[in-house]
Design a protein around this ligand. Structure first.
Ligand code: ATP
Length: 294
């Protein structure tokens, strides 16, 4: 299958300030692809570079086989973009802004606008200046989706939406996915990524740490192990390379373990403990492991 988005060593520096360095990954058609990283990691910079709002310092990227700098105008026609912060001309009515956006894509899309607004409970007759932050976000969502783009790029899409609206929003995304739309969204909320995405790229300090399927990330053989011990202060674990983290809380010794299970069992055979609990770590713990590793 041909990638719909492809980044090759994409780098963007802002003067002396680091933006992103050597980012390479690709997104296949029809995928829901998550882009996750802590604040300042470089998610928005990557997205803004892809959409030609800022110019890459080096490297290249393509969307739908088109070059992000040379063919930016053509790319815009097929992409729906929701920025992390939405700014509008305040004295415009919502419906006028949305009609104006539809005209930009060469259509009217009246029925689609009305349907999306209804789903999101957005009153399009109101002036933008009268809208709350969350309602402005809804305007951005309708704007991104109204021309039924092949690719949706959403930068922190749920910020400002209440939980009920987040649910509706994800339902909308699922419907888009079923239609074959490719979705690329950045987030720092792990639950969202786990729920929605096929694959995920993890970014930290401007560099890509990992690209992995959500399923594989959770299967990465990391285990949470809790040992109940009789004398915590006297308890000594054997030196095992798979022990990533160890902490003692009361009579419990907790390990994050990522090594060979047989070695662990053999090592523990010498230890004094009364109970053992082996659990899958949460996606959050898996991510923290990657964030902390570099
Ligand atoms: N216009 C700019 N001028 C200078 N430096 C910038 C600019 N925009 C971003 N940066 C820097 O680039 C790095 C990446 O920032 P970016 O906003 O892309 O991160 P992010 O992952 O989107 O973070 P957040 O979740 O906080 O939005 C940061 O070090 C940031 O300070």
């Amino acid at each position: 299958m041909k990638p719909i988005v492809e980044l090759k060593q994409l780098t963007k520096t802002y003067g002396k300030s680091r933006g992103i360095t050597d980012i390479s990954f690709s997104i296949e058609e029809g995928e829901v692809f998550g882009f996750i990283g802590p604040n300042g990691a470089g998610k928005s910079t990557t997205i803004r570079t892809l959409l030609n709002f800022v110019f890459p310092t080096s490297g290249s990227a393509s969307i739908l086989g088109l070059n992000i700098t040379k063919d930016a105008k053509e790319i815009r026609k097929h992409v729906g973009y929701l920025p992390s912060e939405v700014f509008y001309y305040d004295d415009m009515k919502v419906i006028d802004l949305l009609n104006y956006s539809a005209a930009f894509y060469g259509g009217k899309n009246t029925a689609r606008i009305a349907k999306l607004a209804e789903r999101l409970d957005l009153d399009t007759s109101r002036k933008i200046e009268d809208l709350s932050f969350g309602n402005r976000k809804k305007v951005g969502i309708v704007q991104a989706m109204l021309h039924e783009p092949k690719l949706l790029i959403l930068d922190e899409p749920t910020g400002g939406l209440d939980p009920l609206m987040q649910h509706t929003f994800f339902e909308l995304l699922k419907e888009e996915r079923e239609k074959g739309t490719t979705i690329f969204f950045s987030s720092h909320i792990l639950g969202e990524v786990q729920k929605m995405c096929d694959r995920v790229a993890i970014i930290k300090d401007g560099s890509l740490i990992k690209v992995e399927s959500v399923e594989q990330l959770l299967k990465n053989n990391l285990k949470n192990i809790t040992l109940t011990v009789i004398r915590p202060d006297e308890f000594r674990l054997p030196q095992l390379s798979g022990i990533i983290k160890q902490e003692t809380a009361g009579s419990h010794v907790k390990l994050l373990y990522g090594g060979d299970m047989k070695q662990l069992v053999q090592g523990l055979a010498e230890c004094a403990f009364t109970d053992i609990l082996i659990e899958e770590p949460s996606l959050e713990e898996v991510f923290m492991h990657y964030y902390e590793k570099k």
